[in-house]
Design a protein. Structure first.
Length: 532
């Protein structure tokens, strides 16, 4: 039995998905929350937020992500980074998942990935959990209700947390699986309740499709000057580097917090909402994001709360450091109605340096920008992936290796081409440690980071004196109004300068060792710009 608004010619049965129990199509937020409460999936919290826990999976499972190796994609996928699955394994997986689904309730949301209609894709999300339907309604873009009458999906995602894969039969690594079949236009997710797999599967899909159209897909947040979309800034960075926090600037208009495209027209958000980390969320430093945690329909994921008052505990990480909230973009008061911006005027690469070596901000040449983009140096923060319990220095190319199906150079060359064509200024911003490495130093003050970014975006930072960094060769400001000058020179923040020099030499060597893999694929100027 089916319920809800749907194209009568495009129901699950028309896709060969038969034998299910009740199927609920395109329920809106109140109905999804009602269903989730009735199903015992979570708890209604303050202001109508929905509180859930996701069991043992409180982060992504990147090692369980597979791409089906068919003839059409065999020469296009970066197989060193993407685990292959055989077509036969996928067919068995799909058949077994459909058999498992028979007789059970499912929730279908017909949504759109991409704010630019020219480059958007239609995505049908089929979820076993009603709250996953609520989550993805926030994170993807919601078509007008009338458009649902003729909606046909370009790709379908089926998420079934109660299904366990069989590694031998399904050609996968474990009983948890995320399998992408570009030929059959299907993505299958099993044995994980972590909702982030839903949105990242669509991001990975767009990362495969868009480069062939000359569009740069980006793991970044974006904003623009109020009333002036031409003054757009993008913020690359992995989870925990500050993309969401720094882009939600009340003095600028938010385009989006995580996933964007850069086309010949300009910047566009892939999503319709935000997925913000809530560990240590502060109502003074981040009032807009904090306010969403008590708004109707916001999904509160893996947060401890008082069972009597439903007050959230933003400091208790006993469930996970990766506690999050998911909410629609319009919950941020200064968000863009169109989710569109111009060509980026400033490109910011955010890194969380757990070694305490990098300065809080540095200006990059286009060649240096490509070098640092391909390097993708940062630190994995606790909880974002299974098993990460303290910051781990890592190189995640393009600031998003887990979501990149193609080789890194495909994205690096696109970025460099667009930076050169549109004259963007590039910055490397360290939101990690200063005064020492993790465990000794302290986290970079957010007020200083905001002051430096404001100066960069307003253009005044280009007018100050710069020095050339001895280790990396980029330009570092010497004195910026409102920022402690000592903070701008990380060596001065260490109690033992010799210890800093040793740590810096170690990091420089790590960069060099990591970058060897790209040397056969890049131009000489990028090689020359690598390290100063």
């Amino acid at each position: 039995m089916t319920f809800g608004r749907v194209n009568p010619q495009f129901q699950l049965e028309d896709q060969g998905i038969k034998g299910l129990g009740d199927v609920f199509y395109n329920l809106m937020e109140p109905a999804l929350i009602e269903a989730a409460v009735k199903n015992g999936e979570g708890t209604l919290g303050k202001g109508g937020a929905f509180l859930v826990t996701t069991g043992k999976f409180t982060g992504r499972s990147p090692k369980d992500k597979h791409v089906v190796k068919t003839d059409s994609v065999a020469d296009k996928i970066w197989w060193e980074n993407n685990a292959a699955m055989s077509p036969e394994g996928f067919d068995n997986l799909y058949a077994d998942m459909l058999e498992h689904m028979k007789g059970k309730k499912y929730y279908v949301e017909d949504l759109v990935g991409g704010a630019d209609p020219e480059h958007a894709i239609n995505v049908r999300m089929v979820t076993e959990l009603a709250w996953h339907g609520l989550f993805i309604r926030h994170l993807l873009r919601r078509p007008e209700r009338e458009a649902l009458d003729s909606f046909i999906a370009d790709f379908t995602v089926i998420n079934c947390p109660s299904f366990k894969a069989d590694p031998e039969r399904h050609d996968c690594r474990s009983d948890t699986v995320i399998a992408m079949n570009f030929d059959k236009k299907l993505i299958l997710i099993g044995n994980t309740e972590y909702a982030g797999e839903n949105k990242k599967s669509v991001f990975t899909l767009l990362n495969y499709l868009l480069p062939e159209k000359g569009i740069m897909p980006m793991h970044c947040s974006a904003n623009h000057a109020i009333g002036n979309p031409v003054d757009t800034a993008i913020f690359f960075g992995l989870s925990g580097t500050g993309k969401t926090t720094l882009s939600a600037d009340p003095s600028r208009t938010l385009i989006g917090d995580d996933e964007h495209g850069w086309s010949d027209r300009g910047t566009f958000n892939f999503e319709g909402g935000c997925y913000a980390k809530t560990i240590g969320l502060n109502p003074e430093a981040e009032p807009e994001i904090y306010a969403t945690t008590s708004k109707f329909g916001t999904v509160i994921e893996n947060m401890v709360y008082d069972e009597e008052t439903f007050e959230l505990d933003f400091e208790d990480s006993s469930l996970t450091e990766n506690m999050r909230c998911a909410y629609p973009l319009e919950y941020i008061s200064n968000s863009s109605d169109s989710a569109l911006g111009g060509h980026p005027k400033n490109v910011i690469l955010l890194t969380c340096d757990a070694y305490g070596v990098l300065p809080p901000i540095a200006r990059l040449t286009p060649a240096q920008a490509m070098y640092h983009f391909l390097s993708g140096f940062t630190s994995k923060t606790p909880g974002t992936e299974r098993g990460v319990v303290e910051p781990e220095p890592t190189f995640s190319t393009c600031f998003g290796a887990p979501f990149m199906p193609r080789r890194p150079e495909a994205y690096g060359n696109l970025l460099r081409e667009k930076i050169g064509k549109h004259g963007a200024t590039c910055w490397l911003v360290n939101t990690g440690w200063t005064g020492g490495a993790f465990g000794t130093g302290s986290r970079m003050p957010i007020k200083a980071t905001r002051a430096l970014l404001t100066a960069a975006l307003e253009g005044s930072l280009n007018e100050v004196e710069f020095r050339k960094d001895e280790n990396f060769g980029f330009d570092v400001p010497v004195d910026v109004p409102g920022v402690d000058p000592q903070l701008l020179d990380p060596r001065q923040t260490w109690a033992d300068p010799a210890a800093y020099d040793a740590q810096a030499a170690k990091l420089v060597q790590m960069f060099a060792d990591n970058f060897e893999q790209y040397l056969p694929y890049i131009d000489e100027d990028v090689k020359a710009a690598a390290i100063g």
